[in-house]
Design a protein around this ligand. Sequence first.
Ligand code: B12
Length: 275
Amino acid sequence: MEILPALFQKEKIGRMFPDVVFGVCSTKDPLLENCRDNMEKILPGAAYLVVIAAAHSPAALNSGNIQVKQYDTLYTYQRAGDLSHLLCREIAAAGHAAVAVPAFLPIDMLGEGKGMRGEICWRRAGVAAGLGRIGKSGLLVTKAFGPAVRLGGLLTTYPCKDLISKKEGEDQNGDANSCENCAVCLESCPAGALGEFKIDKKKCGDYIFAYGLRRFSRFLEELFAADEQKRREILRSPALRELWQNFMTGCYYYCWECQASCPGGKRRGQTGQGT
Ligand code: B12
């Protein structure tokens, strides 16, 4: 696979990867101000950020079966990750440095209150790379696939100036995917966590991570406090099986409504580069 040369020919890359869009931005883009130090630490001297948006299957996201959605999520993250790593290897072979940056986990969870902050804010990066804009849901709404994407990418020293997608001064809200007169994503949120361009992260997190870290620590607390009889019950509980599955698969989401409900995503489906 030759992604690097294809990147310079939009049509070719659209044919090679109909379920993916790529964008490139400068690491000096003002939108990336809050992660500039992280980027410099990851790859000193990296001048460009390649952003990859891999599309979910709309049918899977609209399925009534949670496991199907989790499976699709794993695939979509992997797709963004695989392409990032492949591109890095090609760039290395061309004599330049490139580092793939995690799309989600692993993430630095050490500092107090820092638990869920990505090294690179992929939504902002997506806007900087011209892939779309921030929608009312707070998600990156891509021109190609709406918000039903997983974002990833890489930092590189490879000279990508010609690939920078966004023209200087371009209106970041100026694409056809307008959220104006639409609030479907806000109305669809079962946790009531979404307001226009704002999110109650705790409400959302409690809902989507029903069997995530917080549930796991509660599980341990209950286990440690229990007598022998209760301990046996806890160890046979459905909660432990659910947690075990999540540890095994690496996917522990339980909600995709703001991604699945967006008419932008449904309208566009998976029809190529869409730009
Ligand atoms: C922490 C996190 C969460 C937290 C907090 C979310 C949040 N709003 O920050 C929780 C657990 C709640 C969460 C929920 C979800 N998440 Co999440 N999450 C992340 C993660 C790991 C880090 C985000 C981060 O650093 N936040 C901290 C700070 C910087 O965010 P903030 O203070 O809210 O700042 C944002 C806004 O201010 C916004 N903004 C506001 N106004 C404007 C205006 C302009 C012009 C611009 C450019 C930006 C902007 O910019 C900032 C984003 O960079 C990212 C992966 C990553 N590395 O980016 C995924 C990520 C954002 N999540 C994602 C998804 C899909 C989800 C969920 C749908 C759950 C699911 N099933 O996967 C929900 C959606 C909730 C929602 N509607 O926002 C995707 C988003 C894809 C997309 N289309 O945008 C990401 C990018 C993961 C990925 N690699 O694909 N998530």
